[in-house]
Design a protein. Structure first.
Length: 421
């Protein structure tokens, strides 16, 4: 269980890190201020502050975010009447605004804030040292920081470094960069799988290696045999084989094979194995491998392309008969990770590629709150030649976020029932 948990955290962490780094990199290139780069959600357990960005690690390894200046979920947390303290720089302007009780500023000036503008004119005013007879105004430095209530120190967000101040094409590229990085990660991971395997498993029906003491070997199946049919069902591809074998756990099954040009019949009883909450049959065989340099060098691209087509077909089929069993959340991913960890590093990397591709494709769905929804709003802005009002965009994002949270709850509950009951 410890190995599974560590593997789950590493796999999820890599997925989030790569996805969010795409947004982070292109936001920086566009001149957008990234106030915080977080891996994980919930309470902060570690923070590293730089001149522009604060990097945080949070306790729940189930996501992450890039907090860009000016987005709807990135408002400064000041409230009228709030008690805070200020630290001035050598020019007499505010360098740090402290709203947290967890940190103290050296020579901090206590202030009950009344009004402020940290976007355009960069000032705040209030009553110093509780003296309500003397309203004081302070200019705020462009690169000033604010310490939030949980103790996280981030830069303020003047308008010139906000997301909406970047050009439209830069914002589109920033929104697309997360899924794009997931596609790149899938290509790299699949390529690594081919290298570690020393070749590429073929998609045909030829048998490669057999597991020692497997039911296939005991029944007389040999490396190089072609399995042309199972229980009279033709099997032209390895996927056909896997599907047919999995349907017969513990049942005596007729295999028709082709060996040196001759057809033979072999009876095999697939072993019962529990996978993803249900019993399936396995016989202990592997596909044949292509060890050529060309196959290994191109596998990252070909596997990513083929898997993309399979995922798109699976998504298309959902419109003809949707079921929550077609979806999987963190619980399902944990179950997949547990299975992959049993088979070693190559299996885990293969799972990483699969999940990364899934994450990239799902994030491009045109749902508000997902990257695809943001891209749709960008396209709409290009057509209208003006963006939606922040109010309308906020409402759409809230609706999309609510839909995703509801779907996540339903999927997670369904996964718990599938895998644990």
């Amino acid at each position: 269980m410890i190995i599974t948990i560590l593997t789950f955290i590493i796999v999820f962490g890599i997925l989030v890190l790569v996805h969010e780094f795409g947004h982070f990199f292109f936001a920086k290139k566009a001149g957008i201020l990234v106030r915080e780069f977080s891996i994980g959600m919930g309470p902060k357990i570690f923070a590293h502050e730089t001149a522009t960005t604060t990097y945080t690690l949070r306790i729940l390894p189930l996501g992450g975010y890039v907090r860009m200046a000016g987005l709807e979920d990135d408002e400064d947390s000041l409230k009228a009447g709030q008690l805070l303290s200020l630290q001035l720089n050598s020019a007499g302007t505010v360098a740090i605004i402290n709203t947290s009780q967890k940190k103290l500023l050296f020579n901090g000036i206590p202030l009950q804030v009344n009004r402020w503008d940290l976007t355009d004119e960069l000032w705040l005013e209030g009553y110093e040292n509780g003296d309500e007879t003397n309203l004081k105004r302070y200019q705020v430095a462009h690169d000033a920081s604010i310490i939030e209530e949980d103790g996280t120190k981030v830069r303020i967000a003047p308008r010139d470094v906000q997301f909406q101040s970047a050009k439209l094409w830069q914002r589109m590229l920033t929104n697309f960069a997360g899924p794009m990085n997931n596609f790149f990660l899938a290509i790299i991971a699949f390529s690594l799988v081919a290298l570690l395997q020393g070749g590429v498993y073929q998609t045909g029906n030829r048998v490669g290696a057999l597991t020692t003491d497997s039911v296939a070997k005991q029944a007389g199946l040999k490396s190089g045999d072609r399995i042309v049919a199972i229980n009279h069902q033709k099997t032209k591809t390895w996927q056909d084989l896997a599907n047919q074998i999995s349907k017969h756990p513990g049942k005596k099954t007729l295999f028709q094979i082709q060996r040196q040009g001759q057809l033979k019949k072999i009876w095999i009883t697939p072993e019962k194995v529990k996978q993803n909450g249900k019993e399936v049959g396995v016989i202990g065989i592997q596909a044949s491998q292509d060890h050529s340099f060309t196959a290994i060098a191109t596998y990252g691209f070909t596997a990513t392309w083929n898997m993309t087509l399979q995922l798109l077909n699976a998504i298309k089929s959902m419109f003809h008969g949707f079921s929550l069993n077609d979806l999987g959340g963190p619980v399902a991913i944990y179950s997949y990770t547990s299975q992959a960890a049993k088979y070693g590093v190559v299996s885990v990397i293969n799972l990483l590629a699969f999940l990364s591709l899934n994450l990239g494709i799902v994030n491009l769905f045109p749902i508000p709150a997902l990257d695809g929804g943001k891209l749709l709003l960008n396209i709409l802005e290009a057509i209208r030649r003006k963006p939606l009002s922040p109010e309308k965009e906020g409402v759409l994002t809230l609706i999309g976020f609510g839909f995703l949270m509801l779907l996540m709850l339903l999927v997670t509950w369904n996964d718990i029932q599938r895998y644990f009951f």
